[in-house]
Design a protein around this ligand. Structure first.
Ligand SMILES: [Zn+2]
Length: 306
């Protein structure tokens, strides 16, 4: 296995008591019975996935940065993109400022709101953010909604990549009607200079994600996450199947490795990195293409030397 290949993890989260407070202040409140159902569902997920409780550590940004950087050193990760959970992600901004070459922050806006394009411009040009995360099923909008077009135009002008979470997701407030990655088709068509990343290979909408590759060269895909969605298909897939199909359809220039690491108590999901490296070797992916998938492609989107 080629452990010497540099890794830029394209999909991680900062989860601390402060980021949770920021997210809860923004997310719509749930009624007591809905909140109880959400807790039951989260408990089921944690048992099934054998992941630790989602209660985040009450740590400072300096402590969180030190912890992730030492994990990166331990597992051979050069840098990672950290995705926000709410607009104006100030804790994430302060966290990434500790070492911006290795902790790369994306911002978050409500793209239908007046002035969202201006906020994005400030976040990218003045506040150190390098990309945008959008979460249509939680934000309650279709990615194809033309009210979001001012934000897309701004992102294109700034060469700011946008990562979208479509498909199934952990948050109980989500609405699957906004989760179909096919909503990206007109966006990719109308903004050919805009890099659009479909996280988790569509998290269940795998066929739709593959179809997008056929139509639009500016749609990329990330492989992050535990892969729960692979069970929720008429015929379950393995991660190897997924990577193989992505290689065939998207090609090695449009696949981004990600782990979706988030919990302090769980640490870096080094087993997913190992599994990715093994799959790429088993599929006899040339070393140059492995470099792209494991980091070079995201570095290209971010215009950072790699
Ligand atoms: Zn994620």
């Amino acid at each position: 296995m080629r452990a010497n290949i540099k890794v830029l993890d394209c999909h991680m989260h900062l989860l601390t008591a402060d980021t949770q407070r920021e997210a809860l202040a923004w997310l719509p409140p749930m009624s007591p019975p809905v909140a109880a159902a959400a807790r039951r569902r989260l408990g089921r997920y944690e048992r099934e996935q054998n992941v630790p409780s989602a209660q985040p550590a009450d740590e400072t940004v300096a402590a969180a940065a030190g912890r992730w950087l030492s994990e990166f050193d331990q597992y051979g990760v050069t840098a990672a993109v950290f995705l926000p959970l709410a607009p104006r992600p100030d804790t994430l901004r302060r966290f990434a400022a500790r070492q911006p070459e290795r902790l790369i922050p994306f911002t978050f806006v409500n793209p239908w709101e007046a002035g969202a394009d201006k906020i994005l411009e400030e976040d990218i040009l003045q506040r150190g953010f390098r990309g945008l995360k959008l979460y249509p099923s939680i934000q309650g909008f279709h990615a194809s909604d033309e009210r979001a077009y001012a934000v897309y135009a701004q992102a294109e002008a700034l060469s700011c990549p946008i990562l979208f979470h479509f498909g199934v997701t952990l948050d109980y407030r989500s609405d699957l009607r906004y989760s179909n990655p096919l909503d990206l088709h007109p966006v990719a068509r109308d903004f050919p200079g805009l890099a659009l990343v479909v996280a988790h290979a569509g998290a269940g909408f795998f066929r739709e994600t593959l179809m997008l590759a056929y139509h639009c060269a500016n749609i990329l895909v990330d492989t992050s996450g535990s892969g729960t969605w692979m069970r929720y298909l008429p015929r379950p897939l393995t991660r190897r199947d997924v990577v193989e199909r992505l290689l065939d359809v998207f090609g090695p220039e449009r696949i981004l490795y990600g782990s979706d690491s988030r919990h302090a108590s769980e640490g870096y999901r080094h087993w997913l990195l190992r599994e990715h490296r093994e799959i790429l070797e088993t599929l006899r992916v040339p070393e140059d293409d492995q470099r792209k998938i494991l980091g070079g492609n995201m570095a290209r989107l971010l215009q950072i030397p790699w």
